[in-house]
Design a protein around this ligand. Structure first.
Ligand code: ZN
Length: 85
């Protein structure tokens, strides 16, 4: 199957394909939600895992990047830097 054919096929069947996609999403919505819920539950610890930032704060791993951009973090790091010298 070549790309051109795919494109043509998609173009002439767009409403049909969109309808199919919509149906798929609707029939699988619960399944997908369930899957996501299971993922969150089985990875809760991983998702909420905290680690110690270089500034001494305990931060959720997924918030680390955001935390490192906060004034609180930057101030602390600045203080650590100046006390080391
Ligand atoms: Zn920090």
């Amino acid at each position: 199957m070549n790309k051109e054919y795919d494109k043509e096929y998609y173009k002439s069947n767009k409403p049909k394909i969109q309808e199919q996609n919509k149906k798929y999403r609707e029939t699988n919505r619960e399944k997908m939600n369930e899957k996501e819920k299971n993922y969150r539950e089985s990875n809760r610890e991983k998702i909420n895992a905290k680690l110690k930032c270089e500034c001494g704060c305990e931060v959720m791993k997924r918030h680390l990047k955001k935390h490192q951009a906060t004034k609180k973090h930057l101030d602390k790091v600045k203080n650590i830097d100046s006390s080391v010298q």
